[in-house]
Ligand binder design. Structure first.
Ligand code: ATP
Length: 241
C-alpha cells in the first residue's frame, strides 16, 4: 500500500519507572488495516499499547500518528488527534443506558447531546444489539454485549486509530468470534486498528499484519496472509525463531 500509515512505531522502548519492559519494537498500521499483537503473558503487549497511547513514557524510539510525532504528547492530546484506546477489562457504566454510555464517549467532540444521539446511529448499525437495547441499563447486557458497547463508546470519539486490548477477555469462544467479526467490519470504515489478543486463531483470521512479542522484544512481524502455516507463529511464541 502507498497510503501513509496512521500509526508508525519505530524502535519503541518503554517500561515502568526505571524498569525496562519493551525493547526496539517497530510496526506500522495503515488505514483500514488491523495489526494484531500476540505473545505470551507478560510479553509486553499491554505495555506497548500503553506507550502508544501515552500512558507509559517512551524511553526510546518514536510514535507517529498520521504523520505527526506524538512520542512526547500527553494522552489527551493523542485522543484529540484521533487515537482511541479501549483498555483491557474496560467497564461501561452499568446504571447508565446504552445510549448514555455512547453519548459519554463523544465528550471530546464539540457536539450537542442530540447530535451525539444521532451520531450513535452508525454504532447501532455496526452493533445492532446495542440499538435494540439503547434504552436499557448497560449492566443488563451480557459480557460480550458490554464489550461491544465499550468499543462503541471509543468509536464515538471518531478516531482514526483504535487500540483494543483483549476485547475477547473472559468471553465464551462463540462470543469471541462474534466480537472479532464486528472488529473486522470496522476496518471497512477506514479505521486503523491495533489489537492485543490471547485468542490467536480468531484474531489472526481478521488481521492484516501479525506482530509477536516475546520478553519485550519483537520476534515475528509478518503479513497475516503469509502465515498460512500457524507453526511459524507457534515457534515465535516459544522463542524458537
Ligand atoms: P498479559 O497478556 O498478561 O497482559 P502482556 O504481554 O500484555 O501480558 P504486559 O502486561 O505488558 O504483558 O507486561 C509486561 C511486563 O511488564 C511483565 O513482566 C509485567 O510484570 C510488567 N509490568 C506490567 N505492569 C507493570 C507495572 N504497573 N509495574 C511494573 N511492571 C509491570
Amino acid at each position: 500500500t502507498t497510503a501513509e500509515p496512521v500509526l508508525r512505531v519505530r524502535n519503541l522502548a518503554t517500561g515502568y519507572g526505571d524498569l525496562r519492559v519493551v525493547w526496539d519494537v517497530s510496526f506500522d498500521v495503515y488505514p483500514g488495516q488491523l495489526t494484531v499483537l500476540l505473545g505470551r503473558n507478560g510479553a509486553g503487549k499491554t505495555t506497548t499499547l500503553r506507550a502508544v497511547s501515552g500512558l507509559n513514557k517512551v524511553t526510546g524510539g518514536t510514535v507517529t500518528l498520521s504523520g505527526e510525532d506524538v512520542t512526547k504528547a500527553a494522552p489527551h492530546q493523542r485522543v484529540r488527534r484521533g487515537m482511541a484506546y479501549v483498555q483491557e477489562g474496560k467497564r461501561v457504566f452499568h446504571s447508565l443506558t446504552v445510549e448514555q454510555n455512547l453519548v459519554m464517549g463523544g465528550y471530546t467532540r464539540r457536539m450537542s447531546r442530540s447530535a451525539l444521539v444521532r451520531e450513535a446511529g452508525w454504532i447501532y448499525e455496526l452493533f445492532p444489539v446495542l440499538g435494540q437495547k439503547r434504552g436499557l441499563p448497560a449492566g443488563s447486557m451480557s459480557g460480550g454485549q458490554q464489550q461491544m458497547l465499550a468499543i462503541g463508546q471509543a468509536l464515538m470519539a471518531n478516531p482514526s486509530l483504535l487500540l483494543l486490548d483483549e476485547p475477547s477477555g473472559g468471553l465464551a469462544p462463540v462470543i469471541v468470534n462474534e466480537v472479532m467479526a464486528r472488529v473486522a467490519e470496522l476496518k471497512e470504515t477506514g479505521l486503523a486498528i491495533v489489537l492485543v489478543e490471547q485468542a490467536v486463531e480468531a484474531s489472526v483470521r481478521v488481521a492484516d499484519h501479525v506482530v509477536v512479542l516475546d520478553m519485550g522484544r519483537l520476534v515475528l512481524s509478518s503479513p497475516a496472509a503469509e502465515l498460512t502455516d500457524l507453526d511459524r507463529l507457534r515457534n515465535a511464541y516459544f522463542g524458537r525463531v
